[in-house]
Design a protein around this ligand. Sequence first.
Ligand code: HEC
Ligand code: HEC
Ligand code: HEC
Ligand code: HEC
Ligand code: HEC
Ligand code: HEC
Length: 399
Amino acid sequence: MSLAHSTILSATTALAISACLASGAAWAQAAAGDFVGSAKCAGCHQAAYKTWQESNHSKMVRPLKEGLLKDALDNWARDARGQAGPSKGNIDGKPYALDDVVYVIGSKWKQRYLVKNAATGNHQFLDKQWNRGSGLWENYGQKNDWETQCSTCHATGVRITAYDPKNTAAMKVSMSEHNTGCEACHGPGAKHVAARGRGGQIFNPRKATKAEADKACGYCHLRGENDNWLTAQGNHSEHLPHPVLGDTFKAGQDDWTQWYAGKVLLPGIQPEDSIKVNHPNTDLNNAFFIDDEAQKSGYFEARKHHQQYQEYLQSKHAKQGLLGCSDCHSPHSVKGNTLKANETCKGCHDAKMDYKVLMPGTAQTAGGLFIRSHAFNPNPRKGGLTGDMLPPPVYAYPK
Ligand code: HEC
Ligand code: HEC
Ligand code: HEC
Ligand code: HEC
Ligand code: HEC
Ligand code: HEC
């Protein structure tokens, strides 16, 4: 889709939106579309809800007084090396205090901090991130609003509802809930809930092919660069809003791998975007190892984080359709059956197989802290410190 085309769409949808605004509540319902929110699912799927709440999928974006890490609080002014904590907005350059933080992002590997961006009504990042590996502050320079740069991967039912490429600061984004809610992986649930679960009407990845089921995870566990939707600051974005203005990704219904051909860079996913070469001046710069070792082995392991899907597609596991993400990961226990990633190798491989060697931490997520590779390269590189080697996070305001 060309930018000119989206401008036209924007004009017609803007009309529809203003018509709906007149009728208040009706529009709120239409905007939420067919998404009802995870709390609605809890009534009938208590076990799934409970285990989902325990997972990090439900904890990515939280209010300060819920998600702030204790170590970050204790070191807010200065860390053990005397380095100052967050103090400045990345977009407006103004000073901000701890109390100005609206949301904290992440807690397993690192934590980033969001304050209001008065110019757009969205949220901007503070200038430092907390590294749980080193226990120190490090610089963080992201200069785009969270809503328009990251949100489709950190929230559910994200929609761009107003957009003009000539005035991106005025763009509007809505979402049905923060975090990876039930409907991020199962698609919209309104029809299913209305029918009280009878007649399906909701995506069950277990009933899909492994390749199709993995696409529901791949939508967020990848790295791309999007020219179709710019950020509020007018830059290429890193997340993948639905190509149709006002619409949102519906797992099991939308094949996002086919979206906006020619206007997005998805190495290893779209055939024209090679994973074997570098893509300088983009977010994909140095995203995968492409050195001699990689060219020889044919495995291009990740150097940046959230690229599991692009790595996994290279593996024999995926190429031979042997197993998909949810054969090793359970996002929630289903009928009492919780899968544990590190126990799954033994069923098929020699009991001596060590996933810690075969899935090394190659992808740097913060200084000296790495994410485990999913390329399943039989001769993997040496890895660094990974999140599972750290103690569980301790929060400043435990419930
Ligand atoms: C009013 C009760 C009710 C609510 C609310 C509800 N479900 Fe269900 N759901 C059911 C029933 C009943 C079934 C089918 C029986 C079974 O096998 O558990 C079902 C089945 C499912 C399945 C399997 C479908 C299939 O085709 O195999 C999924 C996935 C699911 N629900 C997800 C959700 C999600 C996500 C939500 C919230 C958006 C939700 N449900 C809300 C009652 C409900
Ligand atoms: C990160 C993605 C993800 C999230 C979030 C998620 N699910 Fe699932 N869900 C799955 C996958 C994958 C399966 C299939 C599991 C399998 O292959 O064993 C599944 C299966 C199910 C099933 C069907 C069980 C069956 O017997 O087939 C139900 C019901 C369900 N989920 C409900 C929920 C509810 C309720 C929530 C929110 C509290 C939720 N899910 C959140 C990915 C997710
Ligand atoms: C809407 C985006 C989204 C979708 C869809 C999604 N994830 Fe995630 N996933 C995330 C984010 C964001 C995190 C990091 C959460 C955090 O650390 O707070 C994450 C974290 C994880 C983790 C690490 C959790 C931990 O505790 O270490 C695993 C494993 C994972 N996802 C697997 C899956 C699988 C399997 C699927 C598909 C069934 C899936 N994800 C679908 C966004 C998503
Ligand atoms: C294409 C989807 C995607 C985009 C875009 C994205 N993320 Fe993430 N992010 C993820 C996933 C998936 C994870 C967890 C897996 C991993 O890190 O390998 C993650 C992890 C994180 C973590 C670490 C979480 C923890 O618990 O330690 C932080 C912090 C984070 N992202 C912030 C951001 C910010 C800020 C942006 C925007 C500038 C952004 N992300 C853009 C998908 C995405
Ligand atoms: C459902 C069975 C199954 C499970 C579970 C499984 N694998 Fe595999 N794996 C296979 C098969 C089959 C192959 C392909 C063997 C071949 O064609 O040479 C393979 C290939 C591999 C390879 C590539 C080997 C090569 O010589 O190219 C690696 C590495 C690997 N698996 C590691 C793991 C790890 C680590 C785990 C656990 C986290 C795991 N596997 C879980 C079945 C499985
Ligand atoms: C053969 C089994 C297997 C498959 C298939 C698999 N994973 Fe994993 N995954 C693991 C193991 C083992 C770990 C490391 C231990 C842990 O974190 O539980 C892991 C860790 C992760 C992490 C956290 C990274 C870290 O450094 O701890 C994420 C995120 C993740 N997997 C996502 C995915 C996604 C998305 C897919 C599908 C594209 C997938 N995984 C497929 C076995 C698997």
